[in-house]
Design a protein around this ligand. Sequence first.
Ligand SMILES: *Cc1c(COP(=O)(O)O)cnc(C)c1O
Length: 407
Amino acid sequence: MSEAVKPTAAGAAQNGQSGAGEALFPTYARYPMSLVKGEGSWLWDDKGNKYLDFVSGIAVTNLGHAPKRVKEAVKKQLDELWHVSNLFRIPNQEAAAALITANSAADAVFFCNSGAEANEAAIKLARRYQQKVLGNGRYEIVTFEQSFHGRTLATLTATGQEKVKEGFAPLPEGFNYIPLHDLAALEAAVTDKTAAVMLELVQAEGGVLLVDPAYLHRLVKLCRERGALLIIDEVQTGMGRTGKLFAHEHYGIEPDIFTMAKGLGSGFPVGAMGAKEELRAAFGPGSHGSTFGGTPIATAAVKATLETILEEQLAERAAKQGEYLMNQLRAKTTHSSFVKDVRGLGLLIGIECAEPVAPIITEAQEKGLLVLSAGPNVLRLLPNLLVSKEEIDQAVTILAQLLNKRG
Ligand SMILES: *Cc1c(COP(=O)(O)O)cnc(C)c1O
């Protein structure tokens, strides 16, 4: 920065920065709209245009925008105490963890700040348990093609998509990818080197691809027989999104480790990893940590979010609304040859199309509906769990029109 340029907004303008984001890395291909206010299923831009939000910050604002109970809990904590570090006990963190363990397969919880960090913790815990508790030197993590697990070096390595890895070599060792639903590949991949098999039960970023229950049961059995841990990435599928609090409940299985983040704080940034009792000892004092993991404010948000989902039975509601949304979509596009498939679990829904969906997303925005993609040809719908039947009808009307006119 030159002497003449002061670090102020005016300085930024002198520097040729109009305030339209030139000061940011261009890591995101952003839509040219600034959203400034949100309430329930609705968002407003800085020009006063109103949008029906079927993106939910990518499955984050599961309770809609500005949910009252979470807002009150965070405001109360803002008035009392923001941060003390994990050198001290944090009552909200203990309460939030107890709520998770009381309502899930987990017996112990570690808090962090994002999905990638939660998966990073899961990978570390699996390796450390195998190597330090069991003493068998296992390190390999088996993951799946089309998966998405995050953007840190370890989690992008775990991710089964080349595009996130380009230019970041050398990548950490010990990851092995197999195609989903290929039993022979699974049999060959899980060996006495395998620390864990890690997967999403709906590959969301990968195209809203559902894991077949028979395949999953075979996978779980193989893990048990061969001493590999099972890690389920519930970062997108968790917190009621798929019609259960966690997607693995649909399959009647219990993972050794599962991860949470997106909907966990209703928009307040927070992640978490839950694991079975046997793994507790592998993460003793000094083994892992995070300065900001589970702050009083973050865990106030988690606690209020979970209480809302549980008390208002929002997972059950997501299952019902998701079924209605999928049925309506199928009914209103039956004659479309452009629509190849409508699939999903709860309110994590994909519409597979014959061609790239980017133009449809833009046209939907012009009609006041926000949706996203999951790969080039799949439209992804992620309304909040409180979305009403009327709001679903509005979205379906807009989408059916955009889809049907394409053939
Ligand atoms: C979003 C996502 C992540 C990464 O979460 P971040 O908070 O962006 O780090 C990991 N796994 C899955 C399944 C996700 O959808």
